[in-house]
Write a protein that binds this ligand. Structure first.
Ligand code: NAD
Length: 268
């Protein structure tokens, strides 16, 4: 049985850890050739080694890029085109995120933290979308192989873009709200080109990003009280949603805020 991403080419940014890593593993498992992008090249290379063992029939590559730098993102997309001649699933799976444990509220946030957060979380998503859209417009079709025009872009936002949090992380929250707004608008502009653009909104997950932020058992327990399912999510639970959005199974889904949050955003 063909994989859900058979013959397709994917780029995953932030692929060295957490959701990006689990998504890269799943995308390859489902038949995609994948370019793994991370600012931490060693982490991306380790991921390639892992995936190559599990999915020997596809090609996976690692490349170092800082998603906040336009030239880096363009180079990653160029790499995919040069290697594979196409970019159809998810050129911009912009999964590189940062969170600052500092007192990140309106009164205390430092300007350099605000700027850095916006650069990576918001501008990085813009660069990913820009170069993905350029590449997807040129991507050749081959209906017999299930390769359609356009493509699927997935941008990672967060549940904090939908709800106010009492734990201050102002710059992070504002950047993720920007991701939702930008995704919706781009989805409308490019819908008739067959380019679907969606946001993923993860709830609190058991990944290094959040576990570093909630760095004591007491902080973790305090957060768990608010989670309807009483547990943190797993990165693979998000990756499963990313796979759906990347695949043709979601062919009528665009501009959505796809929540994978264990019910958190419905809780009172
Ligand atoms: P993670 O920390 O496990 O992995 C992030 C990866 O991004 C790392 O490999 C890191 O090296 C890479 N990275 C960081 N800055 C980069 C840059 N400038 N350029 C390229 N790569 C860079 O994170 P995660 O928990 O898997 O989170 C992934 C995404 O999900 C982020 O956008 C995050 O904001 C979002 N998110 C996470 C949670 C959570 O609870 N973990 C909740 C909501 C949203």
């Amino acid at each position: 049985m063909p994989g859900r991403l058979q013959n397709k080419v994917a780029i995953v940014t932030g692929a060295g850890s957490g959701i990006g890593l689990e998504s890269s593993i799943l995308f390859a498992q489902e038949g995609a050739n994948v370019v793994l992008v991370d600012i931490n090249l060693e982490a991306a290379q380790n991921a390639v080694t892992l995936i190559a063992t599990r999915s020997p029939n596809v090609k996976v590559l690692a490349t170092k890029a800082d998603v906040s730098k336009e030239a880096d993102v363009k180079a990653a997309v160029d790499l995919a085109i040069n290697e594979f001649g196409r970019l159809d699933v998810m050129a911009s799976f912009n999964n590189a995120g940062i969170m600052h444990p500092a007192d990140d509220n309106a009164l205390n946030t430092e300007e350099h933290i605000w700027d850095l957060t916006m650069q990576i979380n918001l501008k990085g998503v813009w660069w990913g979308c820009k170069y993905a859209i350029i590449a997807m417009r040129e991507t050749p079709t081959d209906e017999a192989k299930g390769l359609h025009r356009g493509g699927s872009i997935i941008n990672t936002a967060s549940f904090v873009a939908l709800m106010g949090a009492a734990t201050p992380q102002l710059a992070y929250t504002a950047s993720k709200g920007g991701v939702l707004a930008m995704t919706r608008e781009l989805a409308m502009v490019h819908a008739r080109e067959g380019i679907r653009i969606n946001s993923l909104c993860p709830g609190p997950l058991k990944t290094p990003l959040l576990m570093d932020f909630l760095d004591t058992e007491e902080k973790r327990q305090r957060r768990l009280v608010h989670l309807p399912m009483g547990r943190f999510g797993e990165a693979v639970e998000l990756a499963n949603a990313a796979l759906f959005l990347a695949s043709d199974e979601s062919s009528y889904v665009t501009g959505t805020d796809f929540k994978v949050d264990g019910g958190l955003s419905s809780a009172y």
